[in-house]
Design a protein around this ligand. Structure first.
Ligand code: COA
Length: 174
């Protein structure tokens, strides 16, 4: 007989009060970006990336429907995910694809390096999707750097498909 093993982490809903804890987890995403696409260097500093991201999260957390999920082991936060809801007209989707009136965005997903590969990222993503679906939002988007192959594979396994590809030509750098 199979005996179920309970997850080694606990999940809870976060708020703007948790953003200091989230900072290092976002910086881990930034490091992943820089490591997987070094050809796009230079990247902004850790302080700068978090300053910009924090402002975005503060704004998103004032909107109805936004969910910040924190995963922890023994009171140490080791992963998080954040999802929010947009009117389709606010997105790049509206002029091209038929969808519902609202689109959910998986804004962020991060698991600290030493805890990756044990299912937490998939679990956080599924919980964010459950939240959006419960809010009546079934059309979802998320952004990923094309060089972040591990994350891309995870997203594709869960049903996401490449949809809109931005190209860049950063010639304004000193
Ligand atoms: C993407 C991420 C959230 C997945 O979390 P996770 O807990 O490792 O994910 P799961 O264990 O549920 O899923 C395993 C998948 O994650 C990726 N993965 C597994 N171990 C990994 C590791 N040590 N490092 C990076 N990715 C790993 C792989 O795609 C793996 O799929 P595979 O079995 O086909 O190799 C996590 O790797 C992470 O935080 N990466 C850095 C930040 C990032 O890229 N976030 C997404 C930005 S769009």
């Amino acid at each position: 007989m199979m005996i179920g093993v309970s997850a080694p982490w606990q999940l809870r809903t976060g708020s703007a009060d948790d953003l200091d804890i989230v900072g290092p987890l976002w910086v881990a995403v930034h490091h992943q970006h820089a490591q997987t696409m070094p050809e796009l260097s230079p990247y902004v500093s850790d302080d700068h990336t978090w300053q910009v991201r924090r402002t975005l999260y503060e704004d998103l957390l004032t909107k109805p429907g936004t969910l910040l999920l924190l995963a922890s082991i023994d009171d140490r936060v080791i992963g998080y995910g954040l999802a929010h809801i947009m009117a389709v007209e606010e997105t790049w989707v509206a002029d091209t694809w038929v969808t519902g009136k609202r689109v959910g965005e998986i804004e962020s997903l991060s698991v600290l390096p030493e805890f990756r590969g044990s299912g937490l990222g998939s679990h956080l993503l599924t919980r964010l999707e459950d939240h959006l679906r419960a809010a009546g939002v079934d059309d979802l988007v998320l952004g990923v750097l094309p060089g972040n192959r591990d994350a891309l594979r995870l997203y594709e396994r869960l049903g996401y498909r490449p949809t809109w590809l931005y190209l860049s030509k950063f010639t304004g750098r000193d």
